[in-house]
Design a protein around this ligand. Structure first.
Ligand code: NAD
Ligand code: MG
Length: 395
């Protein structure tokens, strides 16, 4: 018999949120939507409320929530509309909720994602920024509260699938030598270095294989996304930085690999569609159906691999540096990157200034130990301030 599981989708109007609801809608016998949340997209949220009839809908701003509440009532729905960060935390930790999809973009996702872990949920982690900012602290909260962490990032989901089911955080114990973290190389893998200075936000967001939110699309173009994923893999799988090898694989068919001491390399393959890792984590440990196009090997034809180019993609080196320094540095890297990406998207600085700003901010803020979530949030705030100062000098 299938038991119905109740789910909260944090960031339900985003790229991952919409893909999650697509999978959920196909399995009404398995899932009920308890709560949906978004930043400002009230109209989209109204449509989602009509379709999924959640108990709660949360928006960040009071004014958008007021509008939504009126519309929800007019539509005769029983959904309760709330607003603010405390409400995000509330719906991430409701007693009746089994699964929380953490799919808010950026540092804004950290508090509700922590709330889900602290109440022992199945946490489906798309919000990699939480892991980058607060890896050790977050993993401790997961363990202490009996939460189950399931990676949604396609690479980490592939690694999870390629590890033995009894893996408990010790790679040596299960005979793993290395993790091979694949990366497409993004839209600028072959662009002449001299042209990177003038690439536009539109070009940066045109990812060759994946359709994603704007922030992660720019991160993929700078390869900061892979840098954040190296840090994410370090905490998720307790892998040393030297045990994580980035491999450029332009087709995005292999989603990552695990190399064992006997010479075996296990990989997970599939068409690049986030509904596959989402369905894997939603159904775990069972497999559930999606409408993802099955992989046609004859159409794929060939798979290519290259070493990463640290000169073309300085953000990758900055992420390794932040990981090796530890303490506040990954949170500082993440915050500076968020400000840099936003400034690039707003045409306030060129693409090539992104790594310059991040490197300078890391140096200016300096390394400090961190022990609590408040320390992490303080490091985030200090780095944002330094990034805005940097931007003021730049402009
Ligand atoms: P997106 O921009 O498409 O959606 C973000 C969602 O978060 C939206 O629902 C938005 O309303 C909400 N949101 C934004 N700012 C918020 C705030 N301040 N407070 C509350 N809610 C806020 O982003 P996405 O591409 O879906 O990415 C979401 C997360 O998943 C990111 O951390 C990203 O790195 C990760 N991820 C995405 C993909 C992908 O294919 N899109 C793949 C792997 C990992
Ligand atoms: Mg990824």
């Amino acid at each position: 018999m299938i038991t119905i599981r109740h789910i909260t989708v944090l960031g339900s109007t985003g790229s991952i949120g919409v893909s999650t609801l697509d999978v959920v809608a196909r399995h009404p016998e398995r899932f009920r939507v308890a709560a949906l949340t978004a930043n400002t997209s009230a109209k989209e949220m109204l449509e989602q409320c009509k379709r999924f009839q959640p108990r709660y809908a949360v928006l960040l701003e009071e004014a958008s929530a007021d509008w939504l509440r009126t519309e929800v009532r007019a539509a005769g729905l029983a959904t309760e509309v709330l607003w603010g960060v405390a409400s995000l935390e509330k719906v991430a930790s409701l007693p009746e909720v089994d699964i929380v999809m953490a799919a808010i973009v950026g540092a804004a996702g950290i508090r509700p994602t922590f709330a889900a872990a602290a109440t022992g949920k199945h946490v489906l982690l798309a919000n990699k920024e939480t892991m980058v900012m607060a890896g050790r602290i977050f993993m401790d909260v997961v363990k202490q509260n009996g939460a189950t962490l399931l990676p949604i990032d396609s690479e980490h989901n592939a690694i999870f699938q390629s590890l033995p089911q009894h893996f408990n955080g010790n790679l040596g114990l299960v005979g793993v030598r290395r993790i091979l973290l694949t990366a497409s190389g993004g839209p600028f893998r072959k662009t002449p270095l001299s042209s990177l200075q003038t690439v536009t936000p539109r070009q940066a967001c045109a990812h060759p294989n994946w359709v994603m939110g704007q922030k992660i699309s720019v991160d993929s173009a700078t390869m900061m996304n892979k840098g954040l994923e190296v840090i994410e893999a370090h905490w998720l799988f307790e892998a040393d930085p030297e045990q994580i090898q980035v491999v450029i694989h332009p087709q995005s068919i292999i989603h990552s690999m695990v190399e064992y001491i006997d010479g075996s390399v296990l990989a997970q393959l599939g068409n690049p569609d986030m509904r596959t890792p989402i369905a894997h984590a939603l159904g775990f440990p069972e497999r559930i159906e999606t409408t993802v196009t099955p992989l046609d090997m004859f159409k794929v034809g060939r798979l290519d691999f290259e070493a990463p180019d640290f000169e073309r993609f300085p953000c990758l080196g900055l992420a390794y540096r932040a990981l090796e320094s530890g303490g506040n540095m990954p949170a500082v890297l993440n915050a500076a990157n968020e400000v840099a990406v936003e400034s690039f998207l707003g045409s306030r600085m060129p693409f090539t200034a992104i790594p310059e700003m991040i490197g300078d901010v890391m140096q200016r803020v300096g390394r400090k130990d961190i022990a609590t979530l408040s320390d992490v949030l303080a490091a985030d705030a200090v780095a944002r301030e330094a990034a805005h100062e940097w931007l003021a000098c730049f402009a």
